[in-house]
Design a protein. Structure first.
Length: 118
């Protein structure tokens, strides 16, 4: 079971980016999914999560600017990021609780760099 993230890059302040993260492997079901980020010298922090029933939760710092969604048919979670600010610069990681037939995996993607220039 693995997660592959894509969509990072360099963007000017005020711009938008969309991250994607696809799960692959021996997947029976995927429970909660989410995005986290880690800026240089800082701890990893929650950005947004989405449940199986599409309930969402956001960090206060991104509310109203970011939107998390999922496509269960594609085993993919997305993060639409609008009105980006320099303080959003970080490595973004996707996370998912994935069940195979016998094991539950707390899986992490490899991280994708987002740099927002002022």
């Amino acid at each position: 079971v693995q997660l592959q993230a894509s969509g990072g890059g360099l963007v000017q302040a005020g711009g938008s980016l969309r991250l994607s993260c696809a799960a692959s492997g021996s997947i029976f079901s995927i429970n909660g999914m989410g995005w986290y980020r880690q800026a240089p010298g800082a701890q990893r922090e929650l950005v947004a999560t989405i449940s199986v029933g599409d309930s969402t939760n956001y960090a206060d710092s991104v509310k109203g600017r970011f939107a998390i969604s999922r496509d269960n048919a594609k085993n993919t979670v997305y993060l639409q990021m609008n009105s980006l600010k320099p303080e959003d610069t970080a490595v973004y990681y996707c996370n998912a609780l994935i069940s195979s037939l016998s094991t539950i995996y707390d899986s992490w993607g490899q991280g994708t760099q987002i740099t927002v220039s002022s």
